[in-house]
Design a protein. Structure first.
Length: 556
């Protein structure tokens, strides 16, 4: 068989269309076989390097001899792996096992990657040289044309799972299939059905409340502290429970008589994952600390002011994400909003902070200038003159230089005039996010503080990620089980069947008759607010999807 015949045979015999389209999309955003292969290879090398180098630093260096030796061979412990402590050896074995699994997955993925390469080049007629520049809607158009000439693939898929003929495969259907699972998470965050906070112990409620400026008592914390660790657990517990092995919504969720059984099963799932997270927490923390040190140290060493750089939090990303919005389209929106958000946060009027930063920069600059001048006069003092015991001029130049860079990074450009309200309106144009409580307050400190929680400093997000590894088991044990009932109700009430698609989140089909909100342009009036998406999420999603999909045809 020729490459084209093999690709056509695989297309005609697709058994899981959702999974196949997901692989088609991942190949597209991965920019082709060579970019994906290189990325996976470098990921393997990164994991191997972090594991091996960390083990070497922890168990293979005789640190007491380090300060009195002049050669590496004098401080390296021979056959050090056999002398590792029990916990260190356990961590090392765990990472080696994890690495072995990644290598096996890498090997198994090579064949599938090549098959997708043949599908693109032979059937979609997209050469490797064009994969980085062709727009996604062009890929969808070619998929639709392929369906028209070889419909047996989709008919086979429909007969196996839905029992109906497939009539279409346009941009709306492709997006619904690729994002069948993610659309539910977007809806859950939009409806605020997931509580990820934890109760503050009674004896700490007063001090924590005063520290955070929340009044006399602070009863819960962590409401906005969604991290990648917790995000992964939510996806596994909720989506892994809602969807069966065939990638379709389990029929048990569609009838109310199964509610009690499903709620109890979901609670048990949360509790089990909490236990697993507690067992693996030490390993995850060790890996995160070592990986982050190797990755970010050089960046912060060369550019200390970057320690204050910011990015949108995981919670903000789920709040901003819209139904059927593919990741690369969403990333484009965030990329457009990011520089505006930086300007808004950094140039918001903050007279007291500016005064303090300017004073700290003056002090640090004075010390650094004197030390540098001293080094120019006496070059030997640069390395040998100790200002404090064991701390030379070089050490303190580095310290004061870092303080100076951070302080200067907090100073706004004096020649730039910024209107906070105007900037926030421009940000909203890209994020499509403006809670009702922000109305007529875009100039206020209240909005600035609220937005700052969605656009956090990277160093804060990193500390939250480490802290989250430790508290995620408690969130899974104590908080999320209370959400099981409303979540199961949501899955039942907001799941509908669409011919040719199967069961999907009802918000994702843009059903204005059922969920429309006239306050955001919907042509109908829904009686109960519970059926509407919050802040016009569905209406905004429809407009965004229509803008990025020239051939959109929604099925409402």
């Amino acid at each position: 068989m020729t490459a084209k015949e093999r690709a056509l045979w695989r297309w005609v015999n697709v058994n899981d269309l959702d999974g196949f389209l997901h692989q088609v999309y991942l190949y597209y955003v991965g920019k082709g076989i060579w970019a994906i292969g290189l990325e996976r290879t470098l990921n393997l090398l990164t994991i191997g390097w972090v594991t091996g180098f960390s083990t070497f630093l922890i168990g293979c260096i005789d640190y007491p001899r380090l300060w009195h030796s002049h050669h590496l061979s004098e401080v390296v412990i021979p056959q050090c792996t056999s002398r590792l402590s029990g916990f260190t050896l356990l961590v090392f074995i765990a990472f080696v096992g994890f690495y072995a699994l990644r290598v096996v997955r890498f090997g198994m993925g090579i064949r599938r990657l090549w098959e997708m390469h043949e599908f693109y080049t032979e059937l979609l007629e997209v050469p490797e040289s064009d994969i980085q520049t062709i727009p996604w809607h062009a890929i969808v158009s070619r998929l639709s044309a392929l369906r028209a000439t070889h419909p047996s693939a989709l008919a086979s898929r429909a007969g196996a799972h839905a029992g109906i003929p497939v009539e279409r495969l346009d941009a709306h259907d492709v997006a619904n299939r690729i994002m069948r699972e993610e659309n539910y998470l977007i809806a859950l965050f939009n409806k605020d059905l997931l509580d990820i906070s934890l109760p503050v112990p009674r004896f700490l409620q007063g001090p924590v409340g005063r520290l955070l400026g929340k009044g006399a008592r602070k009863k819960r914390f962590g409401k906005s502290m969604l991290t990648q660790t917790l995000e992964w657990n939510l996806g596994f517990c909720l989506l892994g429970f809602l969807f069966g092995r065939d990638g379709q919504v389990r029929r048990a969720f569609l009838t109310e008589r199964n509610k009690k059984e499903l709620v109890e099963a979901l609670k048990r799932r949360f509790l089990l994952m909490g236990l697993i997270n507690a067992v693996f927490a030490p390993f995850i923390v060790c890996y995160l600390l070592m990986y982050s040190f190797f990755r970010y140290f050089e960046e912060y060493h060369k550019n200390p002011s970057s320690i204050g750089s910011r990015q949108f939090t995981p919670l903000a990303r789920w709040k901003f994400r819209e139904f059927n919005e593919l990741p690369h389209h969403f990333q484009q929106r965030l990329a457009q909003a990011h520089p505006l958000a930086d300007q808004y946060i950094n140039h918001y009027p903050k007279a007291k902070t500016v005064l303090l930063s300017r004073f700290i920069a003056f002090l640090a600059g004075s010390f650094a200038a004197v030390l540098i001048l001293f080094s120019l006069i006496d070059p030997d003092a640069f390395l040998h003159f100790e200002i404090t015991p064991g701390r030379t001029v070089l050490f303190y130049i580095g310290i004061f230089g870092t303080i100076l860079a951070v302080a200067r990074g907090m100073l706004p450009d004096e020649n730039r005039v910024v209107d906070p309200e105007l900037l926030m309106r421009e940000i909203i144009e890209h994020t499509h996010y403006m809670p009702a409580e922000w109305k007529d307050k875009l100039h206020s400190t209240e909005v600035h503080v609220a937005f700052g929680k969605l656009f956090q400093m990277k160093v804060i997000l990193f500390l939250q990620e480490i802290f989250s590894v430790l508290i995620t088991p408690f969130v899974l044990w104590y908080t999320l089980p209370k959400c099981a009932g409303p979540v199961v109700d949501f899955f039942r009430e907001f799941t509908i069947h669409v011919d040719g698609l199967g069961y999907v989140c009802s918000f994702a089909v843009f059903d204005f008759k059922r969920h429309g909100d006239p306050n955001f342009g919907a042509p109908v009036q829904v009686q109960e607010d519970r059926w509407k998406s919050a802040e016009g999420k569905m209406e905004k999603s429809f407009m965004t999807f229509a803008a990025v999909s020239p051939t959109t045809s929604s099925h409402r």
